[in-house]
Design a protein around this ligand. Sequence first.
Ligand SMILES: Cc1ncc(COP(=O)(O)O)c(C=O)c1O
Length: 477
Amino acid sequence: MELEVFIEEISNRIVKYLRAGDEPGKVADPLPHTSLSKITDLKLPIEGNGMNAVLDDIDTYLRSCVKTNRPEFMNPLWGGINTAGLAGEIIATLTNTSMYTYELAPLATLIEQTLLIRMGEMVGFSGGAGTLTTGGSNGNMLGMLCARQVMVPTSTQTGFDGRTMVAYVSSESHYSVLMSANVIGIGHQNIIKVACDEDGCMHPSALEEEIQRTRREGGVPFCVISTAGTTVRGSFDPIKEISDIALKEGIWHHVDAAWGGSALFSSKHGALLDGVESADSVCWDAHKMMGLPLICSAFLVKQPEILARVCAHGNVAHYLFHEESRNIDAGRYSLQCGRRNDALKLWLAWRECGDAGWASMVDRYMDLAGHLESQVLAHDDLQLMSSRMWTNVCFRFSPEDYDGDLNELNSEIRRRMMQNGNYMVSRSNIGDDVIFRAVISNPKISEHSLDELLNELTLLYNDVIRGLPSEHGASSA
Ligand SMILES: Cc1ncc(COP(=O)(O)O)c(C=O)c1O
């Protein structure tokens, strides 16, 4: 097949996929993996199938993928697709380079630098440094490595020094901090989960107590991670107070703003991150609320030399790094060797919409989340399960006269929702309670699609209730 024809075929498919997001349709076709693998030809052939078959395979893929660009998709902390970002992704792939040196990625390096400087300034780290990483998980790990570097300055060469190092996170923090604890070598047991208040925000006084307890037990507190936008409830830890404690105790303060960092664009909601400028490092995912194609995530640090020491690799990579470009090669601030150009898509998207565009996106998402919250509060059988700070709306069915198991009831409704494939919201837990978490992080979501979500859930709820033995007592609407 001619190159032009092939590219046109691909381009037609892209347009069709994007347009289909605005037409009636399903988010997902919920097939178990055993069935999907039976109906799909997955084998790798000995003789190649040729380019026409590539198009067929793409069609197969497009048919069965979860339609994350649909307004009914509200499951994870991202959704929809930023069109300028999509263009950046395509062009970055087309021009396939790696971000280690200026020599190999000249304009991409300058673009990445521009983004990191700007995001750093927004956080309050003027004169800082950073890198684009594989995501908030990686950013949290880099934050902990910087903390280790400061507490044990020889650690890049010698590792830990035999003392028991302890880090602190809120009990509602993201699971990546546990994995980071494993990777950096302190182990899960040296992550202390600090108690939260009823809104899911870390208690500063509980943090103080935990730090003192560690010291009494002979451990060395070295890092506290606060969360700006927790995964389930969207809660923001009191960053300023935690920074004050970190400063007093001489420990590194990393802010996991993977989810909530975008609040900084908004003059209405930026105060959620008050005090972030006092922290030492921050991660912020542009592939979450800002809608950039996965992956696009920044790690930002106030003191550039700390990150440079964490990423030091001596002079062994003489085939890549040369002294004359020391000050511009981005590979000296990254733990990766080969690294995608994730900067181009963010730069294009930012130039397309400007700060003002991001700010109105954040404000619009908050308004939409407010709409869903008020509809939940007005619904006879729904209960809001957490006060709302960000665009996570956590709720569940909790009918007054129902005496069955609410977790089973809500799990069954979620199971049927997935079976229908019309909507996708996450099934999560708050404490022991199973809840629905709907997230507004998708430009296609509207007041109408949120109302329709509640209509669908109410229909499913009525179906489940009707099918229950009458002793459970809830009246169906
Ligand atoms: C609060 C928080 N931090 C970190 C992460 C991890 O981010 P990533 O998926 O980009 O690694 C998530 C993911 O949802 C998150 O919610």
